[in-house]
Write a protein that binds this ligand. Structure first.
Ligand code: SF4
Length: 169
C-alpha cells in the first residue's frame, strides 16, 4: 500500500465516514447530490453539539478535514460528537483519518468519540492502523471516480436515508 504525501490528501472526513455507512451514499454525496433530509440530521447534530459542548471551541478546519473541537492534554485531542453508536465503525474510521491527516502535518494526536445521548465516550489512536486508513482512502477515491453509483444494498439505515427515493423510489 502506497503511503500518501500530505499534498495528495484531498479526501474529507465525512467521505471516509460515508464509505462505511454506505458506498452508494458516498457516491451521491461526492457528486453534488444533496437532499433536504440530510441537512436536517446535520442540524440536529449541530444543535446537540452546541448544547453539550458550548464552552469548547467550535469546528476546526484543517485542509479538507473539519473537526468538531480540539483540546490539549498530554497530546492534542481531536473530539467528534456523534448522535448514536449504530455507525460506530464509520465514526472510528473518520477519527482515524483525522489522526492520519494530522500526523502528515507532524501533529501527534488522539481522538475522542463522544456519544452524549448515551453518556459515553471512546478513545481512538492511530497506532498500528495507518494501513487501514490508506486502504479506506483508496476505496473512497475509486468510488468517487466511478461514473455511476455502486449498486444500492438495502439495510436498516435506508429508512432514514435522504437518498432513499433515488435508490428505492
Ligand atoms: S437509501 Fe440505502 S442504499 Fe441508498 S444511499 Fe441510502 S443507505 Fe445507501
Amino acid at each position: 500500500m502506497e503511503e500518501y504525501a500530505l499534498e495528495e490528501l484531498f479526501v474529507r472526513g465525512i467521505e471516509i465516514n460515508y464509505l462505511y455507512v454506505c458506498p452508494t451514499k458516498l457516491w451521491f454525496f461526492t457528486h453534488g447530490i444533496t437532499m433536504e433530509q440530510e441537512s436536517e440530521w446535520v442540524d440536529l447534530g449541530k444543535f446537540l453539539h452546541e448544547q453539550r459542548y458550548e464552552n469548547e471551541e467550535k469546528e476546526v478546519l484543517i485542509g479538507p478535514i473539519r473537526i468538531d473541537f480540539i483540546s490539549r492534554g498530554d497530546v492534542i485531542e481531536v473530539h467528534e460528537v456523534k448522535l448514536g453508536k449504530r455507525m460506530e465503525r464509520a465514526h472510528e474510521m473518520q477519527a482515524l483519518y483525522y489522526l492520519y491527516y494530522l500526523k502528515k502535518h507532524g501533529i501527534k494526536a488522539k481522538a475522542i468519540l463522544h456519544y452524549p445521548k448515551l453518556n459515553e465516550k471512546r478513545e481512538v489512536t492511530l497506532e498500528g492502523r495507518e494501513r487501514e486508513v490508506e486502504e479506506a482512502i483508496v476505496e473512497v477515491e475509486v468510488i468517487k471516480s466511478s461514473s455511476k453509483p455502486p449498486k444500492p444494498r438495502k439495510s436498516k439505515i435506508c429508512r432514514k436515508c435522504a437518498y432513499k427515493e433515488l435508490c428505492w423510489g
